[in-house]
Every structure is written in structure tokens, then in C-alpha cells.
Design a binder for this molecule. Sequence first.
Ligand code: UDP
Ligand code: MG
Length: 314
Amino acid sequence: MLLTMIVPCYNEQEALPLFYAESVKVVNDIGCDYEYIFINDGSGDDTFAVMKQLAAQDEHVTYLSFSRNFGKEAAMYAGFCNAHGDYVAVMDADMQDPPALLPQMVEILMNGEYDSVATRRTNRTGESPVRSWFARRFYQLINRISDADIVDGARDFRLMKREMVEAIVEMSEYNRFSKGIFGWLGFRTYWLSYENVERVAGKTKWSFWGLMKYAIDGIINFSQAPLSIALWGGMLMTLVAFFMLLVIVVRRMAFGDPVAGWASTVCVIIFIGGIQLFCLGIMGQYIAKTYMETKHRPHFIIAETNRNGVQKIK
Ligand code: UDP
Ligand code: MG
């Protein structure tokens, strides 16, 4: 049995050696054959040098170095496209996905009842309350409006059988949201819970607004519900306006009242204008995504690697 570990790295020069040392111990304990795929996602520090050094001392290490920063989703995709393992794991380099969980995950897959072991953290220690609150709302919302089943606290840390990896590679959409893709694919998945671990070194690449954008992208990638807002909202407003018109006409006929209220008219116009722009904005988001998909640009470009036969552009 060959175990592949896909590790996206962006500015992880301190964390990566620690991750390697810990995880290599764990896989040696499992006693299976293994391969590392380290992806250097355009790091600005010495991450790539660290990878080369690890590759020099361990022949199980493959590195794929991107031509620039393409993001974690692209890095994971490059890993999936080039993984050879019967079992494939995706892991962060910062030890927030504890390698110590691997033996248990491998065992669960070996028993044959499941195709994939996913992980979720049970708490959010070390995270700001505001961020946690928004994260919770996001999971509630996306589960209500999309058919991808996304678990609160789910991490990208996963062990999968080959069949699932092949399915992921087939899903070659440009706008990738892995949590959604994993859920959409199905497969029998075992959920493993663990206490949140803080990163060993370096700092997170996520700003609050970065996460917000990621959440909105996730919703747009996996749900058409926001488009319905425009449709139903528009219909409702037309109906309301129609009744208001009736009231005004009847009032004019019966009482001869001149219509008063310049200010309220302006308010209504601005209000409706705002809603129209909002709906246009929603549509614009979908059109922008469609535009990017139709360009068929590659997800990643590998500038340097230590292996032959690597898929360098996809
Ligand atoms: N990462 C990456 N490319 C990026 C951003 C992050 O490959 O553009 C990697 C990063 O090196 C780490 C993993 O993705 O291994 C998770 O990143 P981070 O720890 O910043 O996210 P968090 O754990 O805070 O969600
Ligand atoms: Mg992290």
C-alpha cells in the first residue's frame, strides 16, 4: 500500500521541517510505503530551499514548485493530479492537521467500510469570536441553500482512496472550493473529530476579508439560491407596487386627494434602485465566474520539480 501526502506550502520555512520530522515518524510506524508531494505555492521565503534539502535526504519526497502563488486550492489540485498512492492525504504544513491522526485514518480505510476519512475540529480556540460567529453562519447558510453537504468545522485534512482522487481530478472546474467538491462527490465518509491545534510556526494566510470572500465564493460556486433572491424579490415588489397603485387610484376617484409626499417617493425610488443594483451585482458574480470558466486557463503552472513525468500545467 502506497500512501501519498499532499502538502501545500506557502511561506512555511519554519513549519515544514517540523512537519516532515513528525510525519515521517508516523508513517514509519504505520509501516507502509509513502510519498510526499510538497507544493511550493510561490513562497517568498526559503520554503523551496527547505523542500530541496528534504528531497536530497529522502527519495520519497517530490516537490512541485509553482511559477507564482496560485492559492491553496490550486496547490491541492496539483497534488491530486500527480499523486500515485492507493491512499492519498491532504495536509497543511503547519501541523494544524496532526500527522498523529494518520494511523487511525489508515486503519478506518483498511477496514473497507469507508472510502474517505474527513476531519473536523470540535472547537475554535485561538480564533477571534467575530470570526467564529461568521464561520458558523456561513456553514448554516451554505448547507441550507446548496446540495453540497459541508460540515461545520470541516478541515481540508482528509485521507481518500484512489477512486475518490480520480473523481476529484475529473472535477476540473476553475473556481475550486474543495470543501464543497468533497461533499458533492459523495463516497462513504467517516468523520473524525479532534480538538483544534494552533499552528506551530509562521502565521495564517487568511485575513478576515479573505475569509469573507472565500465564503461568498463557496456559496456562489455551489448554489444558485442567490439568483432566486432577485427573481422572488422582484416578483414580490411588483405585486406590492401594483396594490399600492390600486389604492392611490381608488383614493383619487373616491376622495379626490392630491398625492402628497415628495420625500417618501424619493426614498422608495432609492430603495428600489438599491435592490436592483444588488440583484445585478449577484448576477454579475455568476457571470464573472462563468467568464473565468470559459477561458479554460490552467489551474497551476509548475516551474520546477525533481520528478519526470509530472503534469506541469493543468
Ligand atoms: N497555503 C498555500 N497557498 C496559499 C495559502 C496557504 O499553499 O496561498 C497553504 C499553507 O502553507 C498551509 C495551508 O495552505 O499549509 C493552510 O494555510 P493556513 O494555515 O494559512 O490556513 P488556516 O489553517 O489558518 O486555515
Ligand atoms: Mg493553518
